[in-house]
Design a protein around this ligand. Structure first.
Ligand SMILES: NC(=O)c1ccc[n+]([C@@H]2O[C@H](COP(=O)([O-])OP(=O)(O)OC[C@H]3O[C@@H](n4cnc5c(N)ncnc54)[C@H](O)[C@@H]3O)[C@@H](O)[C@H]2O)c1
Length: 379
């Protein structure tokens, strides 16, 4: 039998399994802001049944499902009651950062696949415990980095992998806003644990680290500050009074393979942008116009700087179009496809572990006021 015939046969088998008729039973833990994007995506999927939800705030989950017109959802006062009482295929963990590890580990230990919102968690120690739970469960755990689904973001990785840049030795990345401090649970240590680093910094890091294959981080010299969030001149007084995370961070991180990562992220500053992302390689360089990353948009067409037959040349990479149904839909769908088909996590913890370790190391180094060696814990 020829290869083409065999390939067709393989595809048909996957398709058949995908449409086995059974609806996936899904729950949502944490029915706040980002849970809205999850439910909007889940509602569009014919092979999904939203059966349970949980929130610590009494009545919040009930109101949430009512608002979205999803009937018959059983609501619980926390992730524990929900997972103790339900037989689920998958959950979306949409809690604030300080409540990422506990519900995720609990769900995995109950044999439930997890789509965990970003950032993975707050500390390296939590990340280790999450990955241990994932390994002992044998279930799928994907981290909610929707920019991964974007074609422009994929293009960055393709350009690096094509070899056009040669060996990468320096990356400048980050992003931020002149004024863009969020509120709600993002600005307090007891709920968020980390500020701009966990909200938007993790995306900038993922954009470039994913492109270069997530090399091991070796050292970090980090800086964090909060000159804007607690200041009623720049934040509303009630939020300023409770603000106690960082609104700016910068770092110089050494990565395996002799690569330097020069990073900065900001919720507020006296500047419109901390600059473009640049990836310097031995054969070429890529400029990615300043982007906040979270919605997958790059700030404009990227430019590849390279020598063509000895002539210094700039090649503009045309922007790619949007993905079908949007990034959030694809983030949830790719996770559920892996659950249904027995595939691997679309955004695996094996990669995001280093993202989390870098964030944690920036905070630790900043608190110590000096560069630190990064030790990667055994899982
Ligand atoms: N992917 C994205 O683009 C994106 C955007 C915004 C937020 N987020 C991430 O989503 C997470 C949540 O953000 P948000 O803005 O929705 O926060 P939020 O405060 O609006 O909602 C979180 C909810 O979780 C509930 N909760 C906390 N612990 C719980 C537990 N153990 N069991 C049940 N409920 C629990 C809280 O009561 C709250 O209602 C954050 O980690 C954030 O980084 C991702």
């Amino acid at each position: 039998m020829s290869d083409s015939v065999l390939n067709q046969f393989t595809q048909q088998t996957v398709e058949e399994k995908k449409n086995d008729g059974r609806k996936l039973k899904v729950g949502i833990i944490g029915t706040g802001w980002i849970a809205e994007a999850h439910i909007e995506s889940l509602k569009q999927m014919e092979d999904v049944e939203i059966v349970a939800g949980a929130d610590l705030i009494p009545g919040k989950a009930e109101k949430f499902f009512k608002r979205y017109g999803v009937e018959g959802v059983r609501c619980y006062p926390s992730h524990k009651e929900m997972l103790d009482n339900e037989e689920l295929d998958a959950v979306s963990v949409c809690t604030y950062n300080r409540q990422h590890a506990e519900p995720t580990i609990y769900a995995l230990d109950k044999g439930v696949n997890v789509l965990l919102e970003k950032p993975m968690c707050v500390t390296t120690e939590e990340a280790v415990e999450i990955i241990r739970a994932e390994k002992r469960s044998g279930k799928i755990l994907s981290v909610g980095f929707q920019p991964r689904m974007d074609n422009n973001m994929k293009m960055i990785k393709k350009i690096v992998e094509s070899g056009e840049l040669g060996n990468i030795y320096y990356i400048q990345t980050g992003g931020g806003r002149r004024r863009g401090i969020p509120n709600s649970t993002f600005i307090e240590d007891k709920t968020a644990g980390i500020g701009a680093l966990g909200d938007i910094g993790c995306y900038s890091l993922d954009m470039v680290l994913n492109a270069i294959g997530y090399p091991k981080p070796l050292t970090a010299s980090g800086y964090i500050s909060s000159y804007f969030g607690p200041n009623p001149l720049y934040n509303n007084p009630a939020d300023a009074a409770r603000f106690n995370v960082e609104d700016f961070a910068a770092a110089f991180v050494r990565l395996e393979g002799g690569i330097i990562l020069d990073f900065r992220i900001s919720w507020a500053m006296h500047l419109n942008t901390p600059g473009d992302t640049v990836i310097l390689g031995t054969k070429g360089a890529l400029r990615i116009p300043s982007t906040e990353c979270w919605n997958g948009s790059v700030g404009g067409p990227m430019t590849l700087y390279h020598d063509v037959a000895g002539k210094q040349t700039e090649t503009v990479i045309p922007l790619c179009g949007p993905v079908k149904n949007g990034l959030f839909y694809q983030k949830v769908r790719s996770f559920l496809d892996a659950v249904r088909n027995g595939g691997t996590a679309p955004v695996p913890t094996s990669q995001i572990f280093y993202n989390q370790i870098i964030i944690d190391s920036i905070v630790k180094s900043a608190r110590l006021g000096k560069e630190i060696d990064i030790e990667i814990p055994e899982i």
